[in-house]
Design a protein around this ligand. Structure first.
Ligand SMILES: [Zn+2]
Length: 149
């Protein structure tokens, strides 16, 4: 039975993937970065320096709006982990979608194989609807449509 094995394999992969996706923690969208900012105070050292004050922050987008939040040294580690996890999450969702598309394709092929096998076994050949029947059906359909207009 051609595609059945491949379908079962995909189903196991899908199950593993879902397990991995739902195990991800912690997770937040965004990226960690370090920037140098001049504070703008006229008598600060940064005014005459090429560098500004170093600052650690996370930036992210929500509904097309960009956000930035300054974070402390103690938060760097988990922010890096959580933003990395979110990227992993997104990419696993893409893999899941691709797997499901393939699964649906295989189910179509599987269905065609089973239908062909069944027809062959039952000696059930394609038979065209007789033209007269077709005509009558179309007329019937047209009358029904007219009734609705
Ligand atoms: Zn300054």
């Amino acid at each position: 039975m051609g595609k059945k094995t491949e379908i079962n394999t995909l189903e196991r992969q899908r199950s593993k993937l879902l397990q991995a996706i739902t195990s991800i923690y912690p997770m937040i969208p965004g990226s960690y970065n370090e920037v140098n900012r001049k504070c703008g105070k006229p008598n600060c050292w940064c005014n005459s320096s090429t560098h500004g004050h170093p600052s650690k922050r996370i930036t992210w987008k929500e509904c097309g709006v960009s956000y930035a939040k300054v974070i402390g040294d103690n938060d760097v580690e988990w922010v890096v982990e959580a933003t990395g996890n979110y990227r992993k999450f997104r990419s696993m969702i893409v893999s899941l979608e691709q797997l499901e598309v393939r699964l649906h394709e295989l189910l179509q092929v599987h269905a065609a194989e089973i239908i062909a096998k069944t027809r062959k076994e039952k000696n059930f050949k394609n038979a065209l609807l007789q033209p007269t029947h077709r005509h009558r059906l179309q007329k019937h359909h047209a009358v029904k449509l007219q009734g609705k207009l």
